[in-house]
Write a protein that binds this ligand. Structure first.
Ligand code: KG4
Ligand code: ZN
Length: 328
């Protein structure tokens, strides 16, 4: 069994995964969304303090598994420096106390493996990662052959939802709040420009759209009873159209056979439906994580760790360090 820890942002989570079967024997996550909601985004120092409280509590519940642990894994990159440290320090302490090897896991690879929790892997695939920190398309052939073919030049897809929600005073995380508000809105009411629509680049950008939405929200605020649902719907529509337009362009050169969407924002049903439509003419298979494993969790870190364990991909205690900004 492997014990895995996730603390790269605002979720404290620990999982226990059986090496031979990939079975998830234990998983618990304590989310800090409520605590950060009043600030409209994650406050790193507050997040670190909450991890320091939550992780030991969850770890206590794992005690019955300690005697069977073969390794301890932890997200070491990328993420917030002050929160990564919490998980990594705990993992090192466990490695020393139980005299077991240590595995440092890349959070982004974790999101890819959220597709395969309690399952066998299925490669090759083209993968769209849409989270709070990243928006990128990757060609994934195996654990060690991952090529990023397109990424955001500024804000990420999920981050733009968070910022737009903050402008509307909705709270954090913005993704589910905007998605909910958009359901009853008119998607065509606000004619926001699709980012980079005239550019041949296969890349993403959300800062311009975010600013256009800010102006519309400020205008709406002037009315007697501000109602943001049409702005939310039009924003979600254009944010998604930007992704599908660039993917359509990409598919002209690389035809998709198996396509996956992962990351917190892959829970967005409007996005899922638009990508399904896009894949239809290609007859490509769409892989999605279970809803509960789209956002950050330790089960996905444990699933990667099983693969790394089988390949002896261990780190020494002195060697394993956090790398807040690494990229794939
Ligand atoms: O993967 P994740 O939990 O954390 C990171 O690795 O960043 O993703 C969190 C992000 C947040 O920005 C959140 O607003 C966004 O995913 N998100 C959504 C939805 N659910 C979560 N964005 C759009 N629609 C959603 N339904
Ligand atoms: Zn994540």
């Amino acid at each position: 069994m492997i014990l895995s820890i996730e603390s790269s942002c605002d979720d404290s989570a620990i999982a226990i995964t059986e090496i031979e079967t990939n079975k998830l024997l234990f998983h618990k996550k304590i989310s800090q969304e409520l605590e950060h909601s009043v600030y409209g985004g994650v406050v790193p120092e507050l997040a670190a303090r909450l991890h320091a409280e939550a992780l030991p509590k969850i770890l206590q519940e794992c005690e019955p598994y300690f005697k069977d642990l073969k390794a301890v894994a932890v997200t070491s990159t990328p993420g917030l420096a002050v929160t990564l440290v919490e998980g990594v320090t705990m993992a090192k302490a466990i490695a020393v106390a139980l005299d077991i090897p240590l595995i440092g896991v890349n959070h982004l690879i974790g999101h890819i493996y959220s597709l395969f929790i309690e399952k066998e892997t299925q490669f090759p695939l083209t993968c769209l990662l849409v989270s709070g920190g990243h928006t990128q398309v990757m060609e994934v052939k195996s654990l060690s052959e991952i090529e990023t073919v397109a990424k955001s030049m500024d804000d990420s897809f999920g981050e733009s939802f968070d910022k737009v929600a903050k402008m509307m005073g909705l709270g954090y995380p913005g993704g589910p709040l905007i998605e909910n508000l958009a359901k009853n809105g008119d998607r065509l009411k606000h004619n926001f420009t699709v980012p980079l629509h005239q550019s041949p680049l296969i890349a993403f950008s959300y800062s311009g759209l975010k600013n256009a939405v800010r102006l519309a929200a400020l205008e709406e605020q002037k009315s007697e009873n501000p109602d943001f649902k049409d702005i939310a719907a039009s924003f979600e529509h254009i944010a998604t159209k930007h992704l599908t337009m660039k993917l359509k362009k990409y598919f002209k050169t690389v035809r998709p056979t198996t396509f996956a969407i992962v990351g917190g924002a892959s829970a967005n049903l409007y996005l899922r439906a638009r990508i399904e439509e896009l894949l239809k003419p290609h007859k490509a298979e769409l892989l999605l994580s279970e809803l509960k494993y789209c956002s950050d969790n330790a089960a996905m870190i444990g699933r990667v760790a099983v693969e790394m364990y089988k390949r002896d991909m261990f780190s020494s205690i002195e060697e394993l360090d956090i790398a807040p900004r690494s990229q794939l």
